[in-house]
Each structure stands twice: as C-alpha cells, then as structure tokens.
Ligand binder design. Structure first.
Ligand code: SF4
Length: 413
C-alpha cells in the first residue's frame, strides 16, 4: 500500500514483524486494540478479536495476568485472524508463559517489571524465539526513582525509562523492539514522543492512555495521535477508550483513512490463519478469492474461514464469509448461514453474493436465502467434524503442559 498523507517526511524507523504484520519503516501504519474479555474465556475472546479485525484492527493485545490467561492464549493464538500480543504487568513469568503459548509479541511496562535479571530473562527468550517486545512506558506508572530524579512524570523521565529498558535488552543482544510513551495528558505525550523520536529509530506505538469515554476520549486520542502522525512520527496506533474496543479499532482505522494514511475501497478480505481444524487450504482459497475480487469496487469485508465448526461464529462481523466443511462451502452473512455450495464453487459463490449484497443490501441477501436449510446443513457438517477431530484439533494440550511446567513450583513473581 502506498503510504502518503502528510506534508513532511515520515520519520525513518527500522522494521519489526509482529507475526505477519510489519511495523515501522515504510509499512502501512497499523491499528491496534485490546480485548476486554477474560483471556481464559477463549471463545468470547476470539469473537471479540474477529469483531476487532472486522472493524479495522491489525494487531490485538490480550492481557496475560494469570496462568488461566496463558492457557487461554495457547488456544486463542492458533485461531486468531490477526497477531496477538500478550500484555504483561507485574509477573515476568507470565511473559515466559505467554511465549510458551505462542504469542506474536509482548508488551512490558518498565515501571512494573523492574528487576534487571527478570527483564533480561524475558528479552533472552524473545531473542531466541524472534518475538518482539513493546516497551510500554506509562506516565502513571514510572519507576519511582525517575519520578524523583525529574520531579514528576516529565517527557525526559519517560524517555529515560524507555532507554533504560533498551540498555537491558542490549545486554542480551535483543533489539526487536517498538516503544510507546503514553500519558493521559495530550501535551505531555506529544512532547515525550517528539523527544523519543530524536533518540531512537525503533518503531513507535502511539496512544493517549486512559483517554476516557467518547466523545471526550475520542477527541483527546485524536488530538495526540494525529498531531504526531502529521509530523511523520508513529508507526502503529491505539485509541484507549472507555468503550467497546470495537469503537477503538474503528476510530483508529477512520483516523488513518481521514489522514490519507490507509485506504479501503475494495473488498477487505480477512482469512482465518488456518489451524488443526481447517478443512481446506485456507491460503489457497484466500488467494483465489483475492484474485477473483481483483479491483472490483466492493467495499465489503469478506471472510475466508477454514472450518464450519468455528468460522461463521468467529467472523460474524464480516459482511460475508465462507467456511469449509465436509468438501462443501458454507456461506454466511453477518454470521448467519445462507447457502451451501460444493468446495470448488466457493470462490465463485463468494463473488456472486458479494455483488448481490453490494447492489441490494444485506437484508435482501438474507431474504433470498433458505437460511433454515443452510443452518441445518452447516450443523450436520459441524457435528461430523467435531466427531472426527475431537475437541483438541490444535494440540494445545502440549503447550498448556509446558505453561503448567513453567508456572508450577516457585511463585510467579
Ligand atoms: S480452521 Fe476453523 S478454528 Fe481454525 S482458525 Fe480457521 S475458522 Fe478458526
């Protein structure tokens, strides 16, 4: 995607990869958000992740605050359509457990995990696994000695907090890092990011923390984030709103579109990452669907899902989708099953239904379908797959055993 929209130059930064999503350099500026479900609630969290992806979220963060959350992540990661970052606060062992769970990134708050040996243990593990870390400095939880040194949470104190963390990382030769220096005060965060941008070339994650409920929260976050973006500073953004996280993702996406930094005119194709349950080669079907939609001006979100067991539910926010099962494709609109087609007709059917929805609307498309039959057929294939594959199609038990081993014995400090 061509990146444009500001009058000046984008600050040069190195590129890191959060799973399959590049952050920094000339990569498109990405939108992040955070789930508010309990991470141990796997199905609820996945549904929220799909809703976030449908609203324009590129990378999602889930809290990993207890062993049940780490176990949940082991089940969520293989089924998430977008990369998953684990949010770690006080317990460094939770960071290690999240890595065992297979997360694509970590967020550490330097104010909360302060023992150098703990920071370096996590960074070493990330280095070996090639997993990036966001150093998430927060004005409200700075290391107490920095408060004292600077007489409060000043931009200088926040930048020094990030730099200290980078020094620990450098000691173990780890540099897959992005940084945030968030504050709830817009002038403070803007100045902190400006100073940080001068002293590092790591990609920057922008946000106004605890911005509050909309509309005031939206205004604050927009003021801070867009000021910096227009100066060429920032590689990924998050709106922190006291609201449904879908609103955060939507606001982030809309801001980037408004600034001319991202565009969506054609089909937005999302696809599940595929996992042990997949009934088709998801990459191949998604690729063929991309080619079939080509440059058609259909501003719809279309989902390609590997299985009918979870696909329609996970991608219920998509305008249209297809899920594979028993050599058939189950078409669904906003999560409702509408038709069944042979596997080799999946892509053609997707295009035909997308054009119908674009021309006549969602209601008319559902009205023309035999939804009762479609649901019956989907249920039949779903039950068959569950009987064949069992509950643990992704072999998550193995990862969970690893997490249990990691967290058992000594306390998770
Ligand atoms: S194959 Fe099914 S369970 Fe696996 S990620 Fe795709 S839709 Fe989800």
């Amino acid at each position: 995607m061509e990146v444009k929209g500001w009058s000046g130059e984008r600050r040069p930064s190195r590129v890191i990869n959060v799973g399959s999503v590049p952050v920094g350099g000339d990569s498109p500026i990405t939108v992040q958000s955070m789930t508010v479900t309990k991470t141990a609630d796997v199905e609820g969290t996945l549904q929220q992740i799909y809703a976030l992806a449908a609203a324009g979220c590129d990378i999602v963060r889930c809290t990993c605050n207890e062993s049940e959350a780490a176990v949940g992540l082991a089940q969520i990661v293989p089924r998430s359509p977008i990369p998953v970052i684990a949010d770690i606060h006080h317990q460094y062992k939770m960071a290690l457990a999240a890595l065992d769970a297979g997360v694509h990134g970590l967020r550490l708050n330097p104010g909360n995990i302060r023992r150098p040996e703990h920071i370096k243990a996590v960074a070493s593990e990330c280095r070996d696994r090639r997993v990036p870390i966001r150093v998430g400095v927060n004005a409200g939880s700075l290391d107490p000695d920095l408060y004292e040194k600077y007489g409060g949470a000043t931009p200088e104190a926040m930048v020094e907090s990030a730099q200290r963390e980078l020094e620990y990382f450098a000691e173990v030769d780890f540099d897959l890092v992005k940084i945030s220096v968030k504050a709830s005060s817009v002038p403070l965060m803007v100045e902190a990011y400006r100073q940080l941008a001068e002293v590092t070339d790591h990609p920057l994650h922008l946000g106004v923390t605890e911005a509050g409920p909309p509309p005031a929260g939206l205004v604050k976050a927009t003021a801070g984030i867009s000021t910096l973006l227009m100066e060429g500073i920032g590689d990924t953004i998050r709106y922190s709103l006291t609201a449904d996280p879908v609103e955060e993702a939507r606001a982030g996406r809309q801001l980037l579109e408004a600034l001319g930094l991202r565009e969506r005119k054609n089909v937005d194709l999302i696809a599940c990452p595929s996992c042990g349950r997949a009934e088709v080669d998801v990459i191949d079907v998604a690729q063929k669907a991309m080619e079939a939609f080509g440059e058609r001006q259909l501003p719809l979100q279309v989902a390609v899902m590997g299985c009918v067991v979870n696909g329609p539910g996970e991608a219920r926010e998509a305008d249209l989708g297809i899920a594979a099962g028993n050599k058939r494709g189950h078409l669904f609109i906003k999560g409702r099953n509408v038709a069944v087609v042979p596997e080799d007709e999946m892509v053609g059917a997707l295009v035909e239904w997308a054009e119908f929805i674009h021309e006549h609307g969602t209601e008319a498309a559902i009205a023309r379908a035999d939804t009762a039959r479609a649901e019956r057929e989907a249920e039949k294939d779903r039950s068959m797959l569950l009987a064949e594959q069992g509950d643990d199609a992704n072999n998550t038990t193995e990862r969970i055993v690893e997490i249990g081993r990691r967290l058992s014995g000594d306390s998770a400090s």
